[in-house]
Each structure stands twice: as structure tokens, then as C-alpha cells.
Design a binder for this molecule. Structure first.
Ligand code: KIV
Length: 272
């Protein structure tokens, strides 16, 4: 268990709000499979996000758009099977919450039933608020996602920092207030100026989880492959690498190849 908590109780959406109230930062990291989710959960992570970033780091797509409902369910189920303590959040993939609330609810119910996740995350503000409200009203907790929304990359045409001008910043604040008012229990803010995060986090009672959104968020989220240094080709300013697994894995694999080629492996003790 983590050095930061002795509390082994399952993390709930209510407990995240209590953490904000007492000023305890929320830790969140992505996972997509059983084995990694198990390690991350046992290390004491508060929230595990089955992000549609699976599209990039698991499948090798350039954007998150190709991810399907069935693929997200597959990854979601794999993570849920491993996790005992963390709150498990699964991303609704592109096109599954986009202006048809009844259809969105149908997709959300499928995701909840077939993954066993605790909650869902949905990208978007005012434009899809009716979809989000319908899902929340059906008893499914929703984490919002504003700022840089990778599912809208074709609209923006860039992964640059969002909401640097007052028009976009004002809309972001309005959207965050709206998501809170319709019942979202938390919001991810991605790649926006730190001062804007500070303003929103102090205005809202629900937790703000930042990624590239500065130190004033109530919690932080990173993509697991990036922070573990598995993925060497992605180095945005906001990323802190906590390991160099690319080198660790490369060394291990090269040693294995050498041992096979030289007939060093398997030896007598490793044989029946
Ligand atoms: O899909 C994802 O991993 C995400 C995080 C970047 C917040 O949405």
C-alpha cells in the first residue's frame, strides 16, 4: 500500500470530494490492462483512468478517435478485474456522447454493465450537457473533461495549450460551472494556463484534476506509459518521467536474446 495512505477502503466519488474539502491532493494515473492496473492499485493510487489514450499507447493510432465502445469495454474490464481500492473511471470513446442523450445513455449503460467500472469520463461542455445530465440522472457518476479535448483534435488542429485568450477562458469557466451544476463529481482540465485552473478550482466544490494544468488543481493525472518512460517520443513540458522503462525493458530483452543465441538459456536448473 502507498506510503501516503493506510486507508484500504474502496475510493468513491464522495471520498474524492471529501479529499478536496480537506486539501488532500488526488492521485490519478491511466491503466489499460490487468497486470499494470494491479501494480498501480496496490501502490495506492486514488483513481485509475482507463483512458481512450489506449488508442495511442496500446494500439499505436495517432489520435484517440478510432477507439470503439467494444475496445474501451475490453480495456475497462481488464482493469476492473485487477483493482480493489482505486476508483475506476472509463472514458466514453469519441462519438458515444454527442448530442443524442437517449443513445448516449444506452452506450453509458453498456459500458457500466460490461466493464464493472465505478464511473465514466466524458469530454465536452455545454454542447453535450444534455447527454451528460441524462447519464448522471440514470445513476451513473460522470467525470467531465475540458480544456484540451483530444477527441476534438480535428476541430482544433493542434495539441497546443487551450484557453489562453479570454473568450475561450470564459467559455471554459462557464462549462465547468455547468458540469458541476448538472452533477459531475469531478472535472479533468487538460493543458490550460495554471492561473485559470486556480480560478476554476477555487470556484467549484468538486475536485479539479489537472494534466498540464499547473499546481493549483485538486489532483493530477498522467498517462502511465509517459510517466514510466515507456514512450520516449512524447516529451511535453508538463510531463515528469518517474522511470526509464524503455531502457530497462530494452536491456532485459537484449540480454534474453543473447542468452538464447549463446545457448546459455535454459540451463540445467531451468529444464525438466
Ligand atoms: O485518455 C486519457 O488518458 C485522458 C487523460 C489524458 C486525462 O483523458
Amino acid at each position: 500500500m502507498s506510503t501516503y495512505t493506510e486507508d484500504n477502503r474502496k475510493v468513491t466519488t464522495r471520498r474524492l470530494i471529501e479529499m478536496k474539502e480537506r486539501g488532500e491532493k488526488i492521485s490519478m494515473l491511466t491503466a489499460y490492462d490487468y497486470s499494470m492496473a494491479s501494480i498501480i492499485d496496490q501502490a495506492g493510487m486514488d483513481v485509475i483512468l482507463v483512458g481512450d489514450s489506449a488508442s495511442n499507447v496500446m494500439v499505436g493510432n495517432i489520435t484517440t478517435l478510432p477507439m470503439t465502445l467494444d475496445q474501451m469495454i475490453y480495456h475497462g474490464r481488464s482493469v476492473v478485474n485487477a483493482v480493489k481500492r482505486a476508483l475506476v473511471v472509463v472514458d466514453m470513446p469519441f462519438g458515444t456522447a454527442s448530442g443524442n442523450p437517449l443513445q448516449s445513455l444506452e452506450y453509458a449503460i453498456r459500458m457500466m454493465k460490461e466493464t464493472g467500472a465505478d464511473t465514466l469520463k466524458i469530454e465536452g461542455g455545454e454542447e453535450i450537457a444534455p447527454d451528460i445530465k441524462k447519464i448522471i440522472d440514470a445513476g451513473i457518476p460522470v467525470m467531465g473533461h475540458l480544456g484540451l479535448m483530444p477527441q476534438s483534435i480535428n476541430k482544433y488542429g493542434t495539441y497546443n495549450v487551450r484557453a489562453k485568450d479570454s473568450v475561450e477562458a470564459d467559455k471554459l469557466i462557464k462549462d465547468a460551472l455547468l458540469l458541476e451544476s448538472i452533477g459531475c463529481y469531478a472535472i479533468v482540465l487538460e493543458k490550460i494556463p495554471a492561473e485559470l485552473t486556480k480560478q476554476i478550482a477555487s470556484q467549484l466544490s468538486i475536485p479539479i484534476i489537472g494534466i498540464g494544468a499547473g499546481p493549483y488543481a485538486d489532483g493530477q493525472v498522467l498517462v502511465m506509459h509517459d510517466m514510466l518512460g515507456i514512450n520516449k517520443n512524447f516529451s511535453p513540458k508538463f510531463l515528469r518521467r518517474y522511470a526509464d522503462l524503455h531502457s530497462v525493458i530494452t536491456d532485459a530483452v537484449q540480454n534474453y536474446i543473447k542468452d538464447v543465441k549463446t545457448s546459455d538459456f535454459p540451463n540445467k536448473e531451468e529444464s525438466y
